[in-house]
Design a protein around this ligand. Structure first.
Ligand SMILES: N[C@@H](CCC(=O)N[C@@H](CSC=O)C(=O)NCC(=O)O)C(=O)O
Length: 283
């Protein structure tokens, strides 16, 4: 078995388990957490992948996201990967919260400094699902994706770049147009270089313009009191403006009055996002 169990705790009739494994995509050891509902003891279960935001490990959403109760209600697993390689030993990777460690931005880096290790796109879209579906009782034919902030960007691009792979996508306050905001400009320059034409392949608003896969249901929630929304780091309106003209992108975009960017916001709306995913995973 490639997965090494680090710890496990019983919750809501199932188990929260944390695993480590050697990654071929990042050339480092990677860690993820998964909630396995009681149903996983006897059969394969559908799953939701949750991609976390800047500075997070697998543990932020696992401990603060309020996900296990609602995943248990639906008999679905909830997978929380890490947000970057750790300890790659690249000069400068630990200098800021929004680039490098904890900030992999779900791309495959092409700049010489980062391309060996910072391959979170391949890790999330290929390597991790392969491991999950071969080593755990997870049904690869029934999976959805969600995420927060940088992870909301990750969830949207994973679904848009891999038509049919996910039954649905959702996002909490996603960085919805990274090529046009300071967080995205910094990360894409560092990982992909100065040529902005390369950025479009990892930008949900740009990818939506040419999406022609099967119908993709998307739920997007944004708090009105989110400081990063106010600072124009997130730009959900840009994504919504494109999605409304795409026949196969069925976007429900909501504004949540008074909510900020924190895990209090995520915990509040996690039930809605897991209900939304479960509706498509049961079919
Ligand atoms: N330290 C930074 C902000 C860091 C931050 O708010 N991170 C968010 C995700 S932001 C977008 O990807 C987060 O989820 N933090 C972890 C948590 O448990 O809250 C700053 O001070 O500006």
């Amino acid at each position: 078995m490639a997965l090494k169990l680090v710890k496990q705790n019983k919750a809501f009739g199932g188990w929260v388990k944390q695993f480590k494994h050697a990654s071929s995509a990042t050339k480092t050891e990677m860690t993820f957490s998964v909630f396995l509902p009681q149903e996983a003891e006897t059969s394969k279960v559908p799953y939701v992948m949750y991609l976390s935001g800047l500075t997070c490990t697998d543990e932020n959403v696992t401990t603060k996201g309020n996900s296990q109760k609602w995943a248990a209600k639906h008999g679905i697993a909830f997978v929380a990967p890490d947000t970057s390689p750790r300890g790659a030993g690249i000069e400068g990777e630990d200098e800021s919260y929004d680039f490098g460690t904890g900030a992999g931005f779900y791309v495959d880096a092409t700049t010489s400094k980062f391309s060996t290790n910072y391959n979170m796109y391949s890790y999330i879209s290929k390597e991790l699902p392969g491991l999950l579906e071969s080593e755990l009782p997870l049904d690869g034919g029934r999976k959805s994706i969600t995420g927060h902030s940088m992870g909301g960007h990750g969830a949207l691009i994973m679904a848009l770049k891999n038509p049919g792979m996910f039954r649905s996508a959702s996002a909490f306050a996603p960085i919805a147009h990274p090529s046009a905001c300071p967080w995205g400009e910094k990360a894409f320059t560092g990982y992909l270089g100065e040529d902005k034409t390369a950025w479009a392949a990892y930008d949900a608003t740009e990818l939506a313009k040419s999406y022609d896969g099967p119908v993709l249901p998307i739920l997007c929630d944004q708090g009105t009191a989110d400081e990063f929304y106010e600072k124009k780091q997130l730009l959900p309106e840009d994504f919504a403006a494109v999605a409304k003209d795409r026949e196969n992108l069925h976007l429900e975009s909501r504004m949540a009055d008074g909510y900020d960017h924190s895990y209090y916001f995520i915990a509040t709306f996690m039930e809605d996002h897991l209900d939304f995913a479960a509706n498509y995973l049961k079919k």
